[in-house]
Each structure stands twice: as C-alpha cells, then as structure tokens.
Design a protein around this ligand. Sequence first.
Ligand SMILES: C[S@@+](CC[C@H](N)C(=O)[O-])C[C@H]1O[C@@H](n2cnc3c(N)ncnc32)[C@H](O)[C@@H]1O
Length: 213
Amino acid sequence: MLELMYKLMEHRSHEIRHRLERVGRAASMLHMDVLLLIYHFARFGPGNILEIGPYIGGSTIAAAFGVRDADAPKKIVSIEAGGHLKHFRLSSRNIIKDLKKNLARFGMTENVTLINGRSFEETTKSAVGQVLRAGEVGLFIFDADNNVRRDLECYGDLLSDRCWLVIDDYFGPAKAAPLRAQVDELVSAGRLVPFGYYGWGTWIGQWHRNESR
Ligand SMILES: C[S@@+](CC[C@H](N)C(=O)[O-])C[C@H]1O[C@@H](n2cnc3c(N)ncnc32)[C@H](O)[C@@H]1O
C-alpha cells in the first residue's frame, strides 16, 4: 500500500501528469490520481486490460498511454453500453461516437478493442472471449453502474490471481451504497484485497482467484 502511494506521488510530479491532465479535461470524470494509477497499472502491471464503462474515453486513454510506455505489448478491451448522458462538464449526445473521437484525438484508436454493448449480455461476453483468455487480465477497471459483482461473475475467470482492480463510486451519492456493499462483501469473502481509496471515491485493490481468508 505504501509503495503504491509512493509511486503515485512520483507520477504526480512527472510529465505524465501533464499529458493526463489534458485527457482528464477532455474526457474523464475520474480524479487525476485515479488516471495516474490506471496509467501505472497498465504500464507496470503484468497482463491485459479489461474495462467496463469508458464513457467518452478518459480512463481508456490513461490505460492506453500506460500500455504504450510499457515494455511488453498488452491488449485493452473496453465495453461501453453507449447512449447519451448529461453531465455538468462532459455531456455526450452519442457516447460511442465521442469515445471513438477521443481515442482518435489522442492517437489510441488502434490500441483499444471497443465493444459496444452491456457488459452482461451474451453477445458482449462472447466478443470479449474472442480477444481475452482465462487468467490473462492484469487490470480490471469498473466504472459503470452499481453492480460490480455481476461483472466479476461474468469475467472473473479472465482475471489473473492478484489482478489489479480499479472500482469507481465506492464512495459517493446514489449508486455508491450498493456497490460499496458488494465490494465489502467480496473483501470479507477474501476475493478482493483493498490497497486504498483514491480520488473522489475510487476503490483500488487486487483480485484473489481463490479465497485467501
Ligand atoms: C461514469 S461513466 C464512466 C466514466 C469514465 N470511466 C471516465 O474516465 O470518465 C459510466 C459509463 O458506463 C457505461 N455503462 C453503465 N453500465 C454499463 C454496463 N453494464 N456495460 C457497459 N457499459 C456500461 C455508461 O454508458 C457510461 O458511459
């Protein structure tokens, strides 16, 4: 945990922060510290990346920057339901269109496999299965609705033991309470191990394939 805090502090004073500030302004609702941690895990963590809920791409681009700076090639698969959303700073009338536009703007179109669908739909699961194999995912980013347990049931087999998890909305209004209850239950069951709470209310931790308590 202390090592993670230390790494974050280092990234905050590195040039990546300036690159990610541009991404954050254009395309992310997430706190800069969370974008930096996504970058860090994507760059230095082993394995591929699975994301649920990119919206217009901020978190996806942070991961893609990390992969571009990594020593080994990695796949990024991002699942987005699409539609439209009103937001005080980052509204979108067509989420998929704006997502593609932002990936192109930051030069990341080729680096991301985008799947347009709901995470739990059979067509989505089968599209993910075409790209990712069991135990291959080293970073799972969940910033979608309030049901992370459902998506861990759908995709848990793809996650490696000690896969990093970034789960947004652990703290916050409306959707936070049920999501927090699910995360806490999974922690009690030994499936998730917390490493900290960052930004506006993002839970950071690891996945344990087998119960560790
Ligand atoms: C809070 S936004 C994500 C913000 C983004 N990660 C960022 O960096 O700003 C949540 C997104 O999740 C999508 N979403 C919600 N439930 C979903 C699901 N079950 N499957 C796929 N996408 C979902 C919504 O359409 C929305 O674009």
